[in-house]
Ligand binder design. Structure first.
Ligand code: GAR
Length: 226
């Protein structure tokens, strides 16, 4: 079910690299599928390819280079003021590869989401696909979750499952998971814009007014708002 949204949801997207998830959001906004205004794309790396996607789409870009800050807290404070200048309603981490301080996470509680290429809580952190293969798993996937102090650990909103195939290596698996990732952010950001998904004060996801017992599954969202 798609609901009308009176005002555009303002977002800032944080990236560190390629920016293909950012591009999926840009594309969904361009087609009118997402009632969103991307106010800025901010990268911690000056050479992040994703910055070019933003420039091509006419979106403001900014770099807050973590190497210019001796301490994590100082970097996060600079990042926070850069974000807050754009006054976004939602902060979207799309391949943003920095560990965030508790103060930063607290500031955006319930207003910051992340995508991670595994079925969380399994395989948080780096080198996800190789670790999935090494563990002999037959299924993996991707998760979008609210950001909490635990890295890749906040309450999950949406997951998509991906089969591990014989002969897969980390690259082939990453590519198939990424295909699903690109479908996911438009769905979740739309839910947020429509007020359908929120983080409860007690730290649980609330979906359509009720606590979400398990993350929603992308494939059961066919025909749903995306
Ligand atoms: C994506 O696979 C995303 O899930 C992952 O980085 C990649 C970024 O790709 N994020 C994490 O691992 C966060 N822990 P992109 O820059 O092409 O969107």
């Amino acid at each position: 079910m798609t609901r009308a949204v009176d005002n555009l949801l303002s977002i800032v997207v944080l990236i560190s690299g390629r920016g293909s998830n950012l591009q999926s959001i840009i594309d969904a906004v361009a087609t009118g599928e997402l009632p969103v205004e991307i106010r800025a794309v901010i990268s911690n790396k000056p050479d992040a390819l994703g910055l070019q996607h933003a420039v091509q789409a006419g979106i403001a870009t900014q770099v807050v280079d973590h190497r210019q800050y001796p301490e994590r807290a100082a970097f996060d404070a600079a990042l926070q003021s850069a974000i807050d200048e754009y006054r976004p309603q939602l902060v979207v981490l799309a391949g943003f590869m920095r560990i965030l301080t508790p103060a930063f996470v607290h500031h955006y509680r319930g207003r910051m989401i992340n995508i991670h290429p595994s079925l969380l809580p399994e395989f948080p952190g780096l080198n996800t696909h190789q670790r999935v293969l090494d563990a002999g798993r037959q299924e993996t996937g991707a998760t979008i979750h609210f950001v909490t102090e635990e890295t890749d650990g906040g309450p999950a909103i949406l997951q998509a499952g991906v089969a591990v195939l014989p002969g897969d290596d980390a690259d082939s698996l990453a590519a198939r998971v990424l295909e699903q990732e690109h479908r996911m952010y438009p769905v979740v950001i739309r839910w947020y814009a429509e007020g359908r998904v929120r983080l409860d004060p007690d730290g649980r996801v609330r979906f359509d007014g009720a606590p979400l017992k398990r993350p929603r599954q992308l494939d059961s969202e066919a025909g749903a708002p995306c």
